[in-house]
Design a protein around this ligand. Structure first.
Ligand code: BG6
Ligand code: MG
Length: 222
């Protein structure tokens, strides 16, 4: 294993609740609808604009807004979201992550962020994790979001590795699909049924260790 390609939201820290709260506020204020609780997981791994498209679809208002108004609403949601993530600290890092990053650093295995979030640099800074990563792929610079392979291909490239030499870590179905499509080895965190396409699935981030990632990598090589 030559590198580890990390999703951020739901892997390094739990931001789904902040995304959901920000979208709920926007949906209520601008579209007059209350989002059902299942939207929290339905928006995992989905880009900002695609999330809004899904919400507008739910509110049945898809044809009523101009591209400018849609962009304005996406910006407004991001304002609410940034207010929440500004308060993140080291204490918000998910269990197991500091130990995993230390194990990978000790083995000189580079780590890269392959997140759909344009807020990844701010989140990493507030978690105090920026220096643990060799690179952060800018999602604005890849042609297609997850489930397309682009962001994981770019992440491997950022460390001079081929995707097949890397393990990707994800909590979203779209992310597992993207890792597989890139030709990297997928490790899923969450529900084994939902993430069945991953090489190995662990219940929580506390179960992520170097040994698990290497096991997935070796299993795929067979
Ligand atoms: C993903 C999240 O990581 O990033 C999605 O799982 C989110 O819920 C997407 O919509 C884009 O994030 P941002 O911070 O650029 O709006
Ligand atoms: Mg995620």
């Amino acid at each position: 294993m030559q590198g580890v390609l990390f999703d951020l939201d739901g892997i390094l820290t739990d931001t789904a609740k902040f995304h959901f709260a920000a979208w709920s506020r926007l949906a209520q204020e601008k579209l007059g609808v209350t989002l059902p609780a299942e939207f929290e997981s339905r928006l995992k791994g989905v880009s900002r604009v695609d999330s809004l498209v899904r919400i507008m679809d739910y509110a049945q208002v898809t044809d009523q807004y101009t591209p400018e108004q849609i962009e304005q609403m996406a910006n407004e949601k991001n304002g609410y979201y940034v207010q929440a993530i500004e308060k993140l600290t080291q204490a918000d890092i998910l269990p197991g992550i500091p130990a995993l990053l230390a194990e990978l650093a000790a083995r000189k295995i580079p780590c890269v962020i392959a997140s759909a979030s344009k807020n990844a640099p701010l989140i990493l800074k507030n978690l105090g994790l920026t220096s643990e990563f060799a690179a952060i792929v800018d999602p604005a610079k890849v042609a297609h979001g997850k489930p397309a392979p682009d962001i994981f291909s770019a992440a491997a490239q950022a460390i001079g590795a081929s995707p097949a030499e890397c393990v990707g870590v994800e909590d979203a179905v779209a992310g597992i699909t993207a890792i597989n499509a890139a030709g990297a080895v997928a490790v899923g965190v969450g529900d084994p049924q939902e993430l069945a396409a991953a090489e190995i699935i662990v219940p929580t981030t506390a179960d992520l260790t170097y040994a698990v990632l290497e096991q997935a990598y070796q299993a795929r090589a067979k």
